[in-house]
Every structure is written in structure tokens, then in C-alpha cells.
Design a protein around this ligand. Sequence first.
Ligand SMILES: [Zn+2]
Length: 196
Amino acid sequence: MSCTPESKPSVLHADNKATASNSIPEHISLDKWADTGFEWSGSVDPRIFDRLVSTLNTEHEQAMTQLDAELYRRNNVLHLRFTLTGEVWLTCQRCLRPVAVDLSDDYDIALLEDDSQASLVDDDQDYLLLEEIITEQSPERLLPFKKLIEDEILLKTPLAPKHDDCEMVVEQFGEIPEEEESENPFAALAALKGKL
Ligand SMILES: [Zn+2]
């Protein structure tokens, strides 16, 4: 077998591409990037997401997911668009064995300066208010990039993942507890979206 080096050429990107560092940025400075556009691509270990990690199966190895993200403007409204490619391993709520959940999708969130911009986006466009998501005390306006990505992943992952076809292996004594959908810790995320 021939030994080929990494297929990607050495990083010589334009200034608005931050792919040199392979770790996902916690924040993006909007003062710096909101007008020029921002792009980030890289592979992401799902275990870096603090809230997601508690749902991950620990018996099965987790694979890297590919993330391609950019900030862009449409109708003068800032959008965060990204594509995820990959899967995470969760625990099947029926047989308790690892189950793969595909995260692959295109995501697009409008980031509104204020309520008045809601009229500038399509009815079915997901959106968030910048004032509600920028919580960092800083002279710069810092978009919590990593947190927003994680929010979307959490919304994408099922609350009670199950194999399509498997049998309950756990012997139950007494009543089988009902799934408590109301205790979804991420319901607040879903509620936040599209709420003005
Ligand atoms: Zn199962």
C-alpha cells in the first residue's frame, strides 16, 4: 500500500476561513465576521458537547462527525447555516443496546437583530433573537457557535431512541414505567425557537 499523506493540502485559506485550527470555536465574534461572512469546516467529536455527552452510549465507540458551517446574510438578515454528516450512538430504550442515530442534515437558523426582522424571513424559517443567545459579557458581540450547533443536535436526537426492530431484554418486575415525554430536558430549546 502506498502511503499517501493527508489528502487536504496545507491550509492557505483567505482570512475569513478559520479552518486552520481543528477544534470547533466556542464563539464567533460578530463584530469581526458578521459582515464579511464566516466559514468553519472540520471533524467534530460528539463527546465535546457537554449536554449531548450525557445521552451518548458509552459501550459503543463514537465516530467523528463532519461539520461545515457558515455565516451569511439573506435579505440583510444574518443566518447560521451548517451541514452535519455523521451519527451518534445512543442507548436503545427498549433493549438497552447501542443504537446509531443519524445526525446528517442541513440546518439553517436566522439570527435576528430584533423582532422587526421576523418579517424578513420566510414563515417556515427557524430563527433566534441575537439578544437572547448572546449572553457572554464581552466588549465584542460573541455568537455562541458551539452551543448553537449542540442545540440543533439535541433537537435532532430522539428522546427515546429505539432500534426499528428489537425486543425488550430486561425482565420487568411490576409495572413498566411510562415514558415521560414531559420531562424532556431539551423541550425549552424547542420552545425557544420561533418564539417572539
Ligand atoms: Zn433495541
